[in-house]
Design a protein around this ligand. Structure first.
Ligand code: UD1
Length: 419
């Protein structure tokens, strides 16, 4: 298992090009199964997760070629509506395949995803919605077996869910009556998916809002379309955090500022300065004390749970006591004991972390337990004095394209140790 060796404290400088969004790319890739066609999807990050999704689409019968972050996906010959355990267990987002398979084949067998590094992450909203749309859903030998032609209805999510909203949307090809989703997720990745589905032939009202209406359609004939994935707002947020924790200056390119507004505003509140910005790039600078700030995660446009661990790392070096509350996931704190190993002063009580800023972090051996926890440890290692070994970085490889070469390009002393 590979690890990173990072020598700190680091300064960063220069320009970083943010990659395409993992969480937008995954559903968009799998959506192509819903309607036979030839799709060209660009700005797809080359990651462990997107490679897993390629394998899954190939198992279903799709033909994929990849070059320079552009995928050509031909789903005209898809014929196998089964998603095996081996793939679904490595990536929960594989469960997104249920909607497209039901749309296209009126049947699907998809392994139930297993547990997760941050506690139970059920898929009950997905299943209940498909039942409401007319599918018969049974669990057999660990697989969800769903059959039936989906039809329009009113789906009301009691909690906004990115995955369930995306899955239902991808189940909406060939509806014979109108479907409404209330309390739909409004995350930019869902908006990007909606734009893609519109290109694929769905008529959707309310894109970017909590209320979506999808109209009856007949989407059986083959199509040919192109799409470019939006930039990864969490990667952008992580590089902003790197700028703050190392008290540096950085230019970020290929970003959508409106998608990172809450994160950016929070960093501005603790002392970040924007020196220059356009719609898709900005130069930021941090110097002086990191001010303490309480933050609570929330659904978009709130502060994303996917930035909670990275923010916590930054607060470890703030000028006082701050709290970080995660309202989306109650149990996403496996980075805390590792940050404490680096000298952080943190207490965890249920889903609330109390962080007392310290003057310095000190190098230690630490271990990634999930993707964003890994990012948080790498950030802390940038600031820590000495050589930090961050092990189990396969979690980080799932979601950050060329992380170490991007950091190296900005001046960080980082190397990958393969074992
Ligand atoms: C997606 C993101 C993940 C992010 C999360 C929240 C992808 C591939 N992953 O995950 O990075 O952290 O959104 O922004 O895009 N819930 C249920 N039952 C369900 C579904 C969800 O109880 O059937 C709960 C979850 O436990 C959680 C909340 O709803 O408390 C939101 O989860 P959801 O938005 O569905 O997260 P994911 O789509 O799994």
């Amino acid at each position: 298992m590979d690890s990173f060796k990072i020598t700190g404290p680091s300064k960063i400088s220069g320009t970083v090009e943010i990659s395409g969004s993992k969480n937008a790319a995954l559903p968009i890739m799998v959506a192509t199964i819903a309607r036979p066609g030839v799709y060209e999807v660009s700005n797809v990050p080359d990651l462990r997760d997107t490679r897993t999704m390629i394998k899954l689409i190939e198992i279903i019968g799709g033909i994929i070629s990849s070059s320079n972050n552009t995928l050509k996906i031909d789903t005209r010959s898809c014929n196998n509506p089964n998603a095996p355990y081996d793939l679904v267990k490595t990536m929960r987002a594989s469960f997104y395949v249920l909607g497209p398979l039901l749309s296209r084949f009126q049947k699907a067998s998809v392994s139930l995803p297993g547990g997760c590094a941050w506690g139970p992450r059920p898929v009950d909203f997905h299943l209940k919605a498909f039942e409401q749309m007319g599918a018969e859903v049974v669990l057999k030998n660990g697989y969800i077996q769903a059959t039936g032609k989906l039809s329009g209805t009113d789906i009301i999510f009691k909690v906004s869910s990115v995955g369930a909203t995306g899955n239902v949307l991808m189940g909406c090809f060939n509806l014979n009556s109108q479907l409404r989703i209330k309390n739909a997720a409004m995350e930019p990745e869902i908006t990007d998916l909606c734009h893609f589905l519109v290109k694929m032939g769905l008529k959707i009202d309310g894109i970017g809002t909590k209320n979506l209406i999808i109209y009856p359609n007949d989407s059986k004939s083959s199509i040919n379309i192109k799409h470019t994935i939006i930039p990864d707002r969490i990667e952008a947020g992580t590089f902003i955090a790197a700028t703050v924790i190392t008290k540096s200056r950085l230019t970020l390119k290929n970003i959508i500022i409106s998608d990172i507004k809450k994160v950016l505003d929070s960093f501005i509140d603790i002392g970040l300065k924007i020196l220059d910005s356009t719609e898709n790039s900005m130069t930021i600078d941090f110097s002086g004390e990191i001010k303490k700030l309480n933050v609570t995660t929330n659904v978009f446009p709130g502060f994303p749970t996917d930035m909670q661990p990275q923010w916590t790392s930054v607060m470890c070096l703030s000028n006082g006591e701050s709290m970080m509350e995660d309202t989306i996931y109650q149990d996403r704190f496996s980075h805390i004991p590792e940050l404490i190993r680096l000298g952080a002063n943190i207490k965890l009580n249920k889903n609330v972390v109390t962080i007392n800023g310290v003057d310095k972090l000190k190098a230690a051996d630490v271990m990634c337990t999930d993707l964003r926890a890994g990012a948080a440890l790498i950030l802390a290692a940038l600031a820590a004095e000495g050589i930090t070994n961050v092990s189990r970085i396969y979690h980080v490889d799932r979601g950050y394209e060329n992380f170490e070469s991007k950091l190296k390009g900005l001046g960080v002393e980082i190397s990958r140790i393969s074992s």
